[in-house]
Design a protein around this ligand. Structure first.
Ligand SMILES: [Fe+2]
Ligand SMILES: [Fe+2]
Length: 198
């Protein structure tokens, strides 16, 4: 089984290959370093809300990975995990998909107009979303398989193990994307005081 649902493009900046934004895209980050974001007058409101969404995605991916592993190992009752997976897994996948759509169709076009030098960066983040999309479909399949097995009283260790394995591969990709996106987007939002976005 491939470790990823789709082949990585032959691009050193592709998600799963790069280890951060290239230097050409970090000039604004030097003016607005991460350590000073929370003290910036433009932080409260949209920036804080948007970073909180990223925090929620990181938290949910960690929680689901941990509980899938516990279920695989027999330390968590599948009958207890299944409804939590349905609720939190459904929330995770739906909210993340909606978040990508808003960024691609609403945020990125506005931010690109404001900072055209960063256009390549927004293209990179858009490409990340396309790289992550097949993962969302695969994680939904894995979750549904486990929920079905638990509902039928069948063995759940294998489906829980497959879900845990995929989540463990997906989580660092998601975190790389979120971190790079924050490094690119937050300085633009701070510089332009929210950029008129809501
Ligand atoms: Fe994103
Ligand atoms: Fe995002």
């Amino acid at each position: 089984m491939p470790s990823q649902p789709s082949a990585e493009p032959d691009d050193p900046l592709a998600l799963g290959i790069r280890d951060g934004l290239p230097e050409a895209l970090t000039a604004l980050l030097e003016v607005y370093p991460r350590a000073r974001w929370a003290q910036d007058p433009g932080f409260a409101g949209l920036v804080q809300f948007w970073l909180d969404r990223h925090g929620m995605f990181r938290k949910l991916s960690g929680l689901l990975t941990q509980e899938a592993r516990a279920t695989e190992a027999g330390g968590m009752d599948p009958a207890a995990f299944a409804p939590r997976l349905s609720r939190f897994g459904g929330m995770f996948l739906q909210e993340l998909h909606g978040h990508h759509m808003i960024e691609d169709h609403h945020y990125f076009p506005v931010l690109t107009r404001l900072e055209s030098k960063l256009e390549r960066g927004f293209g990179l983040l858009d490409a990340d979303h396309h790289a992550l999309d097949p993962w969302l479909a695969r994680l939904a399949e894995r979750a549904n398989a486990l929920i079905a097995a638990a509902g039928q009283g069948g063995a759940t260790a294998d489906p829980a193990g497959r879900l845990a394995e995929d989540l463990a591969t997906f989580a660092p990709l998601l975190d790389r994307h979120l971190t790079d996106e924050e490094d690119l987007v937050v300085p633009v939002l701070l510089r332009h005081r929210g950029a008129g976005l809501t």
